[in-house]
Ligand binder design. Structure first.
Ligand code: K1U
Ligand code: ZN
Length: 194
């Protein structure tokens, strides 16, 4: 298992539409293991593969209460089949938009089909936090963020704040020394010349 980096707004990969998984093989199982490690470390209650930069339709969730045993759940190629007219509102957060929370209204009930970790087709009727999280994560698979469900004024404000922070981060990065910028290829004096 390995911890992966979580990509942060305004990383353009967050707007990609992820690709369906063709076969639930060893690579997908490794990705799922890494996603759980990354999600628990964050800490978060859900994660979509694109949040670790992998554009596959894979979701991990664990909605167990703090002192209860873990309840890891995996949803591959999750698709919403139907939603209720009833709505519910929840204050959502996102590991790709750290420390920002906002109330989002979504359908209270959803019916979702997906593949489990064995590649077996499943269907689930979700309510409560599971319904909210599944919709939040399925949105990620389609390049949609929870801030797309709030007012344009609030969304523009948060995007601007994260663009500024990303620019500051770029400026703070150390400038490579001249010797480090020299390419190994084509420089016969370089220690890693090829
Ligand atoms: O997809 C993500 O970015 C993960 C996100 C899932 C989510 C949270 C709330 C509503 C909908 C979807 C998070 O996990 S944010 C962190 C969080 O909610 C949390 C972290 C630790 C303990 C309890 C909650
Ligand atoms: Zn999120």
């Amino acid at each position: 298992m390995a911890l992966r980096d979580i990509i942060i707004l305004p990383d353009p990969r967050l707007r990609l539409v992820s690709n369906p998984v063709e076969s639930v093989d060893a690579d997908i199982r490794r990705l799922v293991d890494d996603m759980f490690e990354t999600m628990y470390a964050a800490p978060g209650i859900g994660l979509a593969a694109i949040q670790v930069g992998v554009p596959h339709r894979v979701i991990t969730l664990d909605l167990a209460k703090k002192d209860d045993p873990p309840e890891p759940q995996v949803f591959i190629n999750a698709e919403i089949l139907s939603v209720s007219d009833d709505k519910s509102t929840y204050e959502e957060g996102c590991l790709s938009i750290p420390e920002y929370y906002a109330e989002v209204e979504r359908p209270a009930l959803v019916k979702v089909k997906y593949l489990d970790i064995k590649g077996k087709p499943q269907e689930i009727e979700a309510a409560g936090l599971l319904a909210t999280c599944l919709q939040h994560e399925i949105d990620h698979l389609n390049g949609v963020l929870f801030i797309d469900h709030i007012s344009k004024l609030k969304r523009d404000r948060v995007i601007k704040k994260f663009i500024k922070a990303a620019k500051r981060g770029e400026e703070d990065k150390p400038v490579p020394r001249k010797a480090d910028r020299r390419s190994a290829r084509g420089d016969k004096d370089h220690p890693r010349a090829v």
